[in-house]
Design a protein around this ligand. Structure first.
Ligand code: NAG
Ligand code: NAG
Ligand code: NAG
Length: 481
């Protein structure tokens, strides 16, 4: 964990914030609480928040008003820093005297309101950067007996080459049918409880219950290596999972293999001989794959939560040596050096040995906090769990584009794109997942890089003073308050 940070026990402000996170899903703080929280920071260095703008009686004329000469000079005085976006209103394509208002029905105002940076991005945006965001709300939802599923594959979000994803809902006791994949599968339990089982290449078996977020803790995640066949069953509360696959082109033939589909495509006499049973016993096997199956009428419900082992046959080859389930609720938070939140990182090198093809981070950004300027050596796939965030992707060659994210959105920062993610809310935390097709979590911090380069070099190249450079943090801040 040292490459992120040692646990820094924290200032008073942080205990208030920790109080907040135990009661997720969070509710808005009262104005008095926000004021108290803000007073504990050096407010002179902070951008003007929506709350403080309102308190000061500043009414935005339109999205992100800016000074007439901001083209020639970066204005660092609020409110022209370009850090305030208007999410509640009806953004218009106007900035710095350029653009012009929508005439009426020439736009979808609801979508604009969620994407003010599409309508009038900050003046720093430049050039053509492809769309890097996909909301699951734009996905087709397959309605099935016993649940639903909706996907985001490369056809939805072409820059996401490494990762495709799905949200899956199972009714109480319903099954996701037996299957395996060409690629690795990683899951984050969004809601409810369930049971997963699998068998590895050496015949070793695995069964475990999984739980979604509770008042006291973060949910479970799981990982199935490529090829490992598995089943998922919801327990009494039903189950909802965010599922990722380590190939954006997840829908191509040859990626997912359902057992019932296979048996239906194989002469029954062969199946019978193979399984060592009489053909007549297989007369009623499914003729097409159902994907999800409600608990059949008359079938007993599974043993309740916590009793997974009761239904599991014992493998003569033993149990898998390394669990496929990881309990985020048992992982310590790594408090960000920058004081703006915490992270929990999982990868095969650090703490989740089986997860050789997926590295992941659960990131909690406190109100107004900033996931610092950084980049990675693989595509970062992003899923927003809670709150609203704004991110600018720097694609090199003088191009960048700003996106607005909210719960249920996915996004991608292709390999090496510089980016930040800013929590725009003065009251709500921003919680998201960073996922990589990689054996270990890797990121580079821009600030740390500059702080560890000879100061005169940085001062000369950025035309700033050496004294300023010497104030840059030599340790990764990760999230800045
Ligand atoms: C899970 O879903 C149920 C029903 O939709 C909802 O009442 C509950 O708040 C959800 N729990 C969490 C932790 O999101
Ligand atoms: C298979 O089952 C049928 C019907 O029960 C029976 O007539 C037949 O003898 C069985 N075959 C074998 C090889 O056991
Ligand atoms: C650095 O900044 C100073 C003060 O604004 C300016 O006069 C000078 O031209 C700048 N140097 C470069 C190389 O941009």
């Amino acid at each position: 964990m040292s490459r992120w940070l040692a646990l820094a026990a924290s200032a008073l402000s942080f205990s208030l914030f920790l109080g907040l996170i135990t009661s997720l899903p969070a509710t808005a703080l009262s104005d008095a609480q926000v004021e108290a929280w803000l007073k504990q920071k050096d407010s002179s260095l902070k951008p003007l928040t929506l709350t403080r703008r309102d308190a000061a009686g500043i009414k935005p004329k339109h999205l992100r008003p800016s000074s007439p000469n901001s083209k020639s000079k970066r204005d660092i005085t609020p409110p022209d820093v370009g850090q305030v976006a208007e999410f509640s209103g009806s953004p218009q394509p106007l900035r710095n005297g350029a653009g012009g208002e929508f005439s009426g029905d020439d736009t979808n105002h609801e979508i604009d309101a969620q994407n003010p940076d599409n309508v009038a991005g900050p003046p720093t945006d430049s050039g053509v950067v492809p769309n890097l965001k996909w909301s699951f709300s734009s996905s087709h939802t397959r309605l099935l007996k016993g649940g639903w599923v909706r996907e985001q594959a490369i056809t939805d979000l072409p820059p996401s080459v490494d990762i495709a994803a799905a949200e899956l809902r199972l009714a109480p006791n319903a099954y996701r049918e037996l299957h395996w994949h060409r690629v690795a599968e990683w899951g984050y339990i969004l809601n409810g409880t369930g049971r997963v089982s699998a068998v590895d290449e050496d015949g070793r078996s695995y069964i475990s219950d999984v739980v979604g977020p509770t008042a006291n803790g973060d949910p479970d995640i799981y990982y199935f290596p490529p090829g490992v066949p598995h089943s998922i069953q919801a327990l009494g509360d039903g189950l909802e999972i965010l599922i990722l696959f380590t190939d954006g082109n997840f829908d191509r033939t040859g990626t997912t293999f359902m057992l019932s589909d296979w048996l239906a495509r194989t002469p029954l006499a062969i199946v019978a001989q193979n399984l060592g049973v009489n053909v007549s016993e297989l007369a009623n096997i499914p003729q097409r794959d159902p994907y999800i199956i409600p608990l059949p009428t008359g079938s007993p419900p599974p043993p309740p939560l916590g009793h997974a082992d009761e239904s599991a046959p014992v493998s003569p080859d033993g149990k898998v040596p390394s669990p496929f389930v990881f309990r985020l609720s048992q992982q310590e938070k790594t408090v960000a050096k920058g004081g703006g939140g915490w992270v929990k990182i999982q990868d095969s090198v650090t703490n989740f040995p089986v997860s050789k093809e997926v590295a992941s981070a659960l990131v909690f950004v406190e109100p107004n906090g900033l996931r610092e300027l950084h980049w990675h050596t693989k595509d970062e796939w992003l899923y927003i769990i809670h709150g609203k965030g704004r991110a600018t992707a720097f694609a090199g060659s003088s191009t960048s584009r700003t996106f607005d994210f909210q719960a249920g959105d996915t996004g991608v920062f292709p390999n090496s794109y510089g980016h930040y993610i800013k929590n725009l809310s003065p009251t709500e935390p921003l919680i998201f997942l960073e996922i990589f097709k990689q054996e270990r979590f890797v990121d580079f911090s821009a600030t740390q890089w500059l702080a560890l380069t000879p100061p005169q070099v940085v001062a000369d190249l950025l035309n700033i003073s050496v004294a300023t450079v010497q104030r840059f943090n030599k340790e990764k801040q990760v999230i800045i308050a």
